[in-house]
Ligand binder design. Structure first.
Ligand code: LMR
Length: 347
């Protein structure tokens, strides 16, 4: 977080209500008082409310499910995990704020959506920076990558792990074989300035929108196109309302798994240590499975015949890469040249 920065991207939203600010402060105090009392009340198990926006069958959904299963097995009576998938509790944006104020204890939000708090996270959105998940993993395991986990701890958001989803593909109302085919199309994107610049670079019209609104926006024509992973396109049925999906693998989509700092620090040592081990274990499992889950989702989309999947050859991909390359220079200073070099070194 830059000094003086805000958890909220939209300053109008953050400043338009003194009442809301007062209530937020009250929540914050209540969180400290509650966690100060040990994180649980009497003998009741500690409750971890874990909210996320994708379906339980996605890489994130399955890994969250395994987390709950292992906690049930290894910490019975001590910790209870409630998982709220598919944005049924709240959007990603709201969940970041809810986590910071202790209203939920755990989230797994796309790295792109933290760009308002830590500009360094924008590195993950640079187009064609990471060729595959292995390169991302090497970068995340570097000293600079690991440091990102701790970059928001003082804001109440303690990073515990990085979880993969996969590489993003473009879906549209017409075959997107070259950047010029994107001209004039309204693209739904995640809340990220880099992604906004990327779409502008190919002549599209970027629309930041919550994940839970995308299907309907595509169906009604509020947006024409989108970018996401095979598993998200399949599980959220975007392929039913997108006649063409082009396999570009142009960007990475993964998550920061984070817990509320005060909640975590006040947990009994043995519980915290066991939870840490479980997080490590499920992270290794999920990051191993993510590619397979995405491959299977792609296969199901092809089988459905609802969307035509378009493969591109190396020279066609090179045209996309060149078209998007100027985005790097636009964000070099904000992200930091050194961090980009480290990420490049992981390729
Ligand atoms: C999106 O908004 O497209 C993704 O962040 C959804 C997700 O959590 O994978």
């Amino acid at each position: 977080m830059r000094p003086g920065g805000s958890l909220k991207k939209n300053s109008v939203r953050s400043s338009n209500s003194v009442g809301k600010l007062a209530s937020t402060c009250l929540h914050f105090l209540l969180a400290i008082i509650l966690f100060g009392c040990g994180g649980d009340l009497g003998n009741r198990p500690v409750l971890i409310k874990f909210t996320h926006v994708t379906s339980p069958v996605t890489p994130k959904g399955q890994t969250a499910g395994l987390f709950k299963k292992l906690v049930d097995e290894r910490l019975p009576g001590k910790v209870e995990v409630e998982i709220y998938p598919s944005a049924q509790l709240m959007s990603d944006d709201d969940s970041i704020e809810a986590l910071a104020f202790g209203e939920v204890q755990m989230i797994a939000v796309s790295l792109s959506k933290f760009d308002r708090i830590t500009h360094e996270f924008q590195v993950f959105d640079l187009p064609f920076l990471f060729p595959d998940l292995q390169a991302v993993e090497t970068f995340q395991a570097s000293t600079a990558g690991k440091a990102l986990l701790d970059s928001m701890t003082e804001k109440g958001i303690m990073g515990k792990a990085f979880w993969h989803n996969g590489m993003k593909q473009f879906g549209g109302p017409r075959p997107l074989k070259k950047p010029a085919d994107a001209q004039g199309l309204k693209f739904r994107i995640m809340e990220s300035d880099v992604l906004q610049a990327q779409i502008l670079q190919i002549g599209g019209n970027p629309q930041k929108m919550a994940f839970g609104e995308v299907y309907q926006a595509l169906q009604t024509g509020a947006v024409d196109a989108q970018e996401n992973t095979w598993s998200n396109i399949y599980s959220s049925k975007f392929y039913e309302v997108q006649p063409y999906i082009t396999e570009t693998n142009h960007g990475y989509l993964g998550y920061l798994v984070a817990v509320n700092t005060y909640f975590w620090e006040k947990l009994p040592d043995d519980v915290r240590e066991e939870l840490d081990l479980i997080i490590q274990e499920v992270t290794a499992w999920g990051n191993q499975e993510a590619e397979k889950i995405n491959r299977e989702a792609k296969g199901k989309i092809i089988e459905s015949s609802s969307s035509e999947v378009i493969a591109l050859d190396k020279s066609q991909l090179q045209v996309w890469r060149q078209a998007m390359q100027p985005v790097w220079a636009q964000f070099e200073e904000t992200i930091g040249r050194e961090l980009i070099q480290t990420a490049k070194g992981a390729r």
